[in-house]
Design a protein around this ligand. Structure first.
Ligand code: SF4
Ligand code: SF4
Length: 92
């Protein structure tokens, strides 16, 4: 059952090597490998679009520093704030 959305994740398909570590490590299983290939010939990860809690586990498991950005919904709004990854993200 889908809970209240608390976060989301973006994956830079040009940085992702398709190792699948993020997919295996995500507790609510909301990441998957795409059927399409990226320029490296790998199947990059993507967010399924629901159930992300913004826990950040995928970010810390990923061996590619620029591949994953985690966003958390701000307390009083619908806007997302990058919390892990991304050029201007603040550390937890
Ligand atoms: S932040 Fe947590 S819940 Fe969201 S995709 Fe990453 S591992 Fe899954
Ligand atoms: S852990 Fe990183 S490199 Fe591996 S599939 Fe996920 S985003 Fe791609």
């Amino acid at each position: 059952m889908a809970g209240q959305m608390r976060g989301k994740v973006t994956v830079d398909v040009k940085e992702c090597k398709g190792c699948g570590l993020c997919v295996e490590s995500c507790p609510p299983k909301c990441l998957e490998l795409m059927p399409e290939l990226n320029p490296y010939g790998a199947h990059p990860a993507r967010y399924t679009g629901q159930d992300c809690t913004a826990c950040g586990i995928c970010f810390y498991c990923c061996p590619e520093p620029g591949a994953i950005t985690v966003y958390r919904i701000k307390a009083k709004g619908k806007a997302f704030a990058a919390v892990q990854g991304g050029e201007h993200a603040a550390a937890l």
